[in-house]
Design a protein around this ligand. Structure first.
Ligand code: RFL
Ligand code: PHB
Length: 400
């Protein structure tokens, strides 16, 4: 088989890239290790920046998002038992975010891909990438064979490989060590998340810094809530009964939140570790990395999915320029263009994580300094605006 671009990974980055290339008339095949249902079963991001919703519109899949997504013009910060609203809309001159689950965004992109008859190979096992330092890269993968022969090996010849295969993917791992630099910080705690069919405790999100640790009250709709608690890395999701989760959440909220909290059985419960991670560069000959394959942010700033979306927008522009204008310029600029935005989002996510979580290892002075910074952010117009400006995200072509 032959195609122009092989996209490894059918998560949001791979699917959005597939749609952007299709709209420009380019050929791509997506190879996804898991099944479509498995990909849809992962409960992850919930907050989309306007650049991401604009990209969904650009590829023609924004209709359900605009119908069912919830537009938020602000969020609450809870600190020392008091709630303070960050009025993003006022502070940023009218910008909002959209609360729409990653599952729904993924489903919309999958449906559009299927409707257009585009090829996604699910259950693609043992994907390997070859010769991306030449003009003729090759990708191999396996499927279950029909007969007793077992696995069947397939080959796709292509012009480019897009590594959209997440943090544990094969593309980044295939780059020689001497050609890549990785920066990493692992936080000493994780987020325990619960999804429940209960009305949200508040109409907007609440980010809570409590003496017992961070808590986040988020949502997926007017009837579905998503909550997170800072927990030690040694905890397991199975250690936490639903009742224990709700009790701990109550203790981290204010009296008004406690009174309004509606609890119910968890539909999903999992722990995600927190990590800051960046790969430099994001381009190796004829192979590119995009999304979580190249970088991870702690989820506090809600930036991961949004970065994945802007990476693939930059990548699709570069590839379209290559085919339509016979120009290499976009390709050569891809890594630098992404990384500038990535480091800005990394900085914000690291800072917001440090502001909102408990770090006993920083001692009493660390605690006092954190309280002073929260006081500044909440009570200074400049402080609040800096938070709001970063939360709503950078425009696509910032500072160029
Ligand atoms: P994904 O979603 O990991 O998809 C990668 C896909 O590649 C497949 N794959 C392979 N396929 C073939 N061969 C291989 N060898 C393969 N190896 C892997 C995988 O099966 C998978 O389908 O990466 P992508 O597309 O880059 O998307 C990134 C986002 O998923 C991620 O950044 C966000 O979920 C992060 N995130 C958030 N981002 C936001 O913008 N806003 C949020 O509110 C937000 N909240 C969150 C989050 C992530 C969280 N967790 C669990 C890490 C909240 C949480 C709790
Ligand atoms: C979510 O709804 O999953 C969510 C919202 C905001 C964040 C992180 C996750 O900062």
């Amino acid at each position: 088989m032959r195609t122009q671009v092989v996209i490894v990974g059918g998560g949001p980055a791979g699917l959005l890239l597939g749609q952007l290339l299709y709209k420009a008339g380019l050929d791509a095949v997506i190879l996804e290790r898991q099944s479509a249902d498995y990909v849809l079963g992962r409960i992850r991001a919930g907050v989309l920046e306007q650049v991401t919703t604009d990209l969904m519109d650009e590829v023609g899949v924004g209709a359900r998002m605009h119908q069912e997504g919830l537009v938020h013009g602000g969020f609450d910060m809870l600190f020392k038992g008091q709630r303070h609203r960050i009025d993003m809309q006022r502070l940023t001159g009218g910008k909002n975010v959209m609360v729409y689950g990653q599952t729904e965004l993924t489903r919309d992109l999958m449906d559009a891909r299927q409707a257009a008859g585009l090829q996604t190979i699910y259950g693609a096992g043992n994907v390997t990438v070859h010769d991306f330092d030449s003009a003729q890269p090759l990708v191999r993968y396996e499927t279950e064979g029909d007969g007793p022969a077992g696995k069947q090996v397939h080959e796709i010849a292509c012009d480019f490989i897009a590594g959209c295969d997440g943090f544990h993917g094969v593309c980044r791992a295939s780059v020689p060590h001497s050609a890549i630099r990785e920066y990493e910080k692992i936080y000493p705690f994780g987020w325990l998340g619960v999804l429940s069919e209960t009305p949200p405790v508040h109409e907007e999100l609440i980010y809570a810094n409590s003496p017992r640790g961070f808590a986040l009250c988020s949502q997926r709709s007017h009837t579905r809530s998503r909550y997170y608690l800072q927990v030690p890395l040694t905890d397991k999701a199975s250690d936490w009964s639903d009742e224990a989760f709700w009790q701990e959440l109550r203790l981290r909220l204010d009296p008004q939140g406690r009174a309004k909290l509606v609890t119910g059985p968890s539909l999903e419960k999992s722990i995600a570790p927190l990590r800051s991670f960046v790969t430099e560069p994001m381009h190796f000959g004829r192979m590119f990395l995009a999304g979580d394959a190249a970088h991870i942010v702690p989820p506090t700033g809600a930036k991961g999915l949004n970065l994945a979306a802007t990476d693939v927008k930059y990548l699709s522009s570069a590839l379209i320029e290559f085919y339509q204008e016979k120009s290499q310029a976009g390709i050569d600029h891809y890594s630098e263009r992404c990384l500038r935005r990535v480091w800005r989002a990394e900085r914000f996510s690291w800072w917001f994580t440090g502001l909102m979580h408990r770090f006993p290892e920083n001692g009493e002075i660390g605690q006092k300094l954190q309280e002073a910074e929260l006081d500044y952010i909440i009570h200074s117009e400049a402080g609040a605006r800096s938070l709001a400006e970063n939360y709503v995200g950078l425009p696509l072509d910032f500072g160029e």
